[in-house]
Design a binder for this molecule. Structure first.
Ligand SMILES: Nc1ncnc2c1ncn2[C@@H]1O[C@H](COP(=O)(O)OP(=O)(O)OP(=O)(O)O)[C@@H](O)[C@H]1O
Ligand SMILES: [Mg+2]
Length: 309
């Protein structure tokens, strides 16, 4: 490497990677190891869950959540998720969308109700059980959530951490199959050429595609995207939404995306879940999301003068 940079994944690589041997150094100092492999293509990048997530596999039953501060973020939310429909989550700021996503991936334990995942209630499950679920849930955030100083490839590999043994986790020693898989995922999202580039030098759209590749590295059953395109220009936003939709269709992965633009919702979603003040206001296809519902959703309690604008 010789650049004074000790990140083993930041070595410069030829731009055309297809079919050529790739060499990677990993580990640090005296324990650093080099190896070569050829980039795998095709089916290896597909997660291809053999079974679709059917309605009922994830079921929220009268879920409510009050934060220790006393803020009641969710009330009596009952719904079921599946991988049959690309699901959009909408609602005003503070409606409880992010809290709902955090409850779905087990980050937040709801203070009321049950979150059933394949017959297990996450709200009452032990930490080990929640951990096993969490590694099957890929998260995508508005601000990407990448480790800025690591390369795109190493960020994708972070998606494998939940599957490593403790000693491999400590040393971040990823099995060869994981490294090949991560590289192939970067190829799938169109970023193989940027694999060794530091994450903070990538454009916003590229960073979000790395984040999606990282989510895919988890081999997820469910991807939760919290405002995935809010920080992106329209063209990058379209690329990211197209990618999420393709993943949903090709890999049988359930996707729930919290979106602010109703145009994006109408262009991509098959199902819309709308929250208002922590309660479920609407759950149905976007074509029956009438003006009355959107007015109620976004402008209820606003002064009448705002409504007339
Ligand atoms: N950790 C927390 N502690 C206390 N209150 C919280 C916490 N997280 C969220 N809240 C509150 O819970 C409510 C719902 O927040 P949440 O972040 O889920 O809303 P949101 O719909 O995602 O909003 P936005 O569109 O602005 O992201 C808000 O009133 C918020 O202030
Ligand atoms: Mg939010």
């Amino acid at each position: 490497m010789g650049s004074g940079n000790d990140n083993p994944f930041l070595s410069p690589q030829p731009l055309e990677l297809r079919g050529k041997p790739i060499s990677i150094r990993y580990g640090h100092g005296n324990s650093a190891v080099s190896e070569s492999f050829r980039l795998c293509h095709g089916p290896v990048t597909k997660i291809a869950n053999t079974t679709r997530m059917m309605p009922g596999e994830i079921q929220l039953d009268a879920v409510g959540h009050t934060f220790p501060s006393g803020t009641r973020a969710l009330q009596n939310v009952t719904l079921s998720l599946d991988s049959l429909r690309f699901t959009a989550l909408i609602g005003r700021s503070g409606a409880g969308k992010s809290t709902l996503l955090r409850i779905l991936n087990g980050l937040v334990r709801p203070s009321e109700g049950a979150v059933w995942v394949r017959g297990v209630n996450l709200a009452a499950a032990d930490h080990a059980t929640v951990r096993v679920w969490r590694r099957q849930v890929g998260m995508v955030f508005q601000q990407f959530g990448l480790v800025r100083r690591l390369s795109g490839l190493e960020n994708v590999l972070l998606g494998r951490l939940g599957y490593l043994s403790p000693w491999r986790t400590t040393l971040r020693l990823y099995p060869r199959a994981d490294r090949e898989f991560a590289m192939a995922l970067l190829e799938r999202v169109g970023l193989a050429d940027q694999a060794w580039q530091r994450a903070d030098t990538l454009s916003g759209g590229q960073q979000q595609r790395v984040a999606i590749a990282r989510a895919l590295a988890q081999r997820p059953r469910l991807i939760l995207a919290d405002e995935p395109v809010s920080a992106l220009d329209p063209q990058s936003a379209e690329q990211v939404m197209d990618l999420l939709r393709a993943i949903h269709l090709e890999d049988n992965i359930a996707v729930v995306a919290n979106l602010h633009s109703l145009d994006t919702v109408r262009a991509y979603a098959d199902r819309v879940i709308a929250l208002q003040g922590g309660r479920l206001l609407f759950d149905g296809p976007p074509d029956v999301l009438t003006d009355d519902v959107t007015r109620e959703l976004y402008y209820a309690d606003e002064p009448a003068s705002l409504l007339r604008r």
